[in-house]
Design a binder for this molecule. Structure first.
Ligand code: 0R9
Length: 640
């Protein structure tokens, strides 16, 4: 609480006239909309709150009247009415001079929140009329203004007296000027909410609010003896609490610091900052001080308790505030504000003071409340887990953005756009690709030649995989994206081809290419395999042409041996070294023509089995991996 201070008329500083306020009202109250209008009430209430902070006012009454006026009354000492050296009663200086009435001494905690803390003179300037009654020294003194100008004559330098009283206090009634404001109807909800907030921040202050524009009048009383702890409790009333609200206060460098926080079972934080009773929408140094100290303290605890190991990185600030609702309220003798709306506290000493008080007090509390500490740390751990997986997603998304899959490479697409009818052949080598392009049924068969050995995806980082031209073209051609970890962008419904056929030579290199392609599909597009879209073309190794009769393709050595055993008479044996050696007609017959080709479907039955497969596919142990893939390809159904 601020100290009580002695009134010194000389210390009132005269700065500007009220004409400037009427010319540019937005400069002083932010806007001339309903928000600006409501602000007039806050300005007057804030002066009464200052009197409370000075230790002389315990209740404030606010009413919105049916005639459009607002009434604010306090039970403080009453604004001084004595003659000021400027030649008018101090009260008139308060209502006619900008910035008057604050600078008594540096230890006062005035309710002045940046742009809008400009006081009663602004309200006066923007009102059609304003009426003041001051109960002080046994008399009720009266003064009145119209559009900022006093209209009552003084008698012997004294304000007119309305009567006698034993009470003290100040009553201000005003009618906002419709020449200035777009709307002149105050918002009852906004004003009530702000008054309630003021009550939380000032636990010994009673605020009564009446909206007398309604019949019957709506009456509310705001008295929050639990202060910001009650504020936190009320904000969290509909959430599942992880712990009760925790409160601490302290002071440093002449700054009073008060803080309350609580954790709830939610994945968001809400940390509100107030300086001298004014909410700082843009935050500022007090919040920075709190957050920095709190993060540091919680990380220290997490390591002390072994929740974070040596190798683990610290929790981030956001991790430790996961689920936190907090109010940081400070009293500063000379606050300064910056930011878009001048609601961001700027004082560096505020950061230091809040940080110091927070470090000391939070440790004092948690040293005695180990269970609560563990609950809070478990919120942080949950947040850290989610953050890590989100970071992974972001990395994936970034890499996806970096590599636009817009290149079609050498894809010779088919004409049909009906996926059920379409097939894509991934053909090893340019020359085989060229033959396949000529041989295919272009209405339904697409050919994608790939060169050499594609990247070994199980060893490459996602960046490298996605930078690979062949892989990019493939992903683009399939049309269904790819998935990796949490970044699952794969959508099988977008697949453009019912069959994806790997067409590689029947030699070791061809087998290697097939393995790499299957590994790629398995890692980034496993549903292609689960849903039976992947096939391996089985080009023949031999063609036998008997001297009489039809020629025949033989797919392996066993078939050749059998042919030798069973065939009577001579035959010409043609051995294919690779797909590139086949002409278009042969290629059509052996691998493309749905009537005559031999395709093997790659099948991996279920996810349980697949997880074993992953290890094998991703591991360094090449031979079993190759064997596995071929085993499954061989087991697969013959598709003709
Ligand atoms: C209903 C709204 N209330 C007010 O606007 C209000 C201003 C005010 C006040 C003092 C007391 N009550 C107030 N209510 C006050 C009194 C004394 C010293 N400082 C402040 C005193 O008795 O010594 N004032 C705010 C500014 C000034 N008074 C002035 F000093 F500048 F005039």
């Amino acid at each position: 609480m601020a100290k009580s201070r002695t009134y010194d008329e000389k210390s009132i500083t005269v700065l500007e006239g009220l004409e400037a306020v009427r010319r540019r009202p937005g400069m002083y109250i932010g806007s001339t909309s309903r928000k600006g209008l409501n602000h007039l009430v806050y300005e007057i209430v804030d002066n009464a709150v200052d009197e409370h902070l000075a230790g002389h006012c315990s209740s404030i009454f606010v009413a919105l009247e049916a005639d459009g006026t607002a009434l604010v009354e306090d039970d403080g000492r009453g604004i001084p009415v004595g003659m000021h050296e400027k030649g008018m009663p101090a009260e008139r200086l308060v209502f006619t001079t900008l910035h008057a009435g604050g600078k008594f001494d540096d230890t006062a905690y005035k309710t002045s929140g940046g742009l809008h803390g400009v006081g009663s003179s602004v309200v006066n300037a923007l009102s059609t009329w304003l009426d003041v009654e001051i109960s002080r020294d046994g008399q009720i003194w009266h003064d009145r203004y119209e559009r900022g100008k006093p209209v009552l004559d003084l008698e012997d330098g004294h304000l007119p007296v309305l009567g006698k009283t034993r009470k003290t206090g100040t009553k201000v009634r005003f009618l906002p000027d419709p020449e200035i404001f777009e709307v002149v109807r105050f918002s009852s909800e906004d004003i009530a909410s702000r008054l309630h907030e003021t009550a939380y921040l000032n636990p010994t202050l009673k605020i009564t609010f009446e909206d007398r524009r309604q019949t019957p009048a709506v009456h509310s009383e705001f008295y929050e003896p639990d202060g910001i702890t009650g504020y936190i409790r009320d904000m969290n009333r509909t959430n599942e609490a992880v712990c009760p609200p925790i409160y601490f206060q302290g002071s440093s460098e002449g700054i009073l610091v008060e803080c309350a926080f609580q954790y709830v079972n939610e994945f968001h934080e809400s940390v509100l900052g107030f300086c001298n009773n004014i909410y700082n929408a843009e935050g500022g140094t007090h919040l920075t001080g709190f957050k920095t100290a709190f993060t540091q303290v919680m990380n220290t605890y997490a390591r002390d308790l072994g929740i974070l190991k040596d190798k683990d990185p610290n929790y981030t600030g956001a991790d430790v505030r996961n689920g936190m609702t907090a109010v940081i309220s400070i009293r500063h003798p000379d606050p300064s504000f910056e930011g878009q709306t001048k609601t961001k506290l700027d004082n560096q000493d505020a950061a230091r003071a809040v940080s110091k008080v927070t470090s000391e007090e939070v440790v004092l509390f948690f040293d005695k409340h180990l269970e609560t500490l563990k609950q809070v740390l478990s919120c942080a751990e949950r947040a850290a887990k989610i953050r890590r997986s989100e970071e992974k997603v972001k990395t994936n998304l970034l890499s996806k953005q970096k590599y636009s899959f817009d290149s079609n490479g050498k894809l010779a697409n088919c004409e049909s756009r009906t996926p059920e009818k379409c097939e894509i052949f991934i053909v090893e080598g340019d020359s085989a690709g060229g033959s396949a392009k000529m041989a295919r049924d272009r209405s339904t068969q697409a050919i994608l030649p790939i060169r050499g050995k594609i990247l070994n995806v199980e060893k490459a980082s996602i960046d490298k995989v996605l930078a690979n031209a062949e892989i990019k073209t493939m992903i683009n051609a399939f049309g269904c994206g790819f998935s990796e970890g949490y970044g699952n962008d794969f959508d099988i419904s977008k697949l453009r081809y019912n069959k994806i056929v790997i067409m590689a030579d029947a030699d070791v290199d061809g087998a290697h290419i097939s393995t790499l392609l299957l590994t790629l599909f398995y890692r980034f597009m496993p549903e292609l395999i689960y849903e039976g879209h992947v096939y391996i073309a089985m080009p023949p190794l031999y063609k036998v042409i008997p001297s009489r009769g039809e020629g025949e393709y033989l797919y392996d050595d066993t078939a050749l041996e059998k042919y030798r055993r069973t065939h009577k008479g001579s035959f010409t044996l043609q051995r294919y070294k690779g797909l590139g050696e086949m002409d278009a007609g042969q290629l059509w017959e052996t691998t493309l023509n749905p009537e005559t080709r031999v395709l093997k479907k790659v099948e991996i039955e279920d996810a349980r089995m697949a997880s074993d497969v992953t290890e094998m596919l991703m591991g360094n142990d090449v031979p079993p991996r190759k064997a596995f893939i071929y085993e499954h390809a061989q087991d697969a159904l013959l598709d003709v």
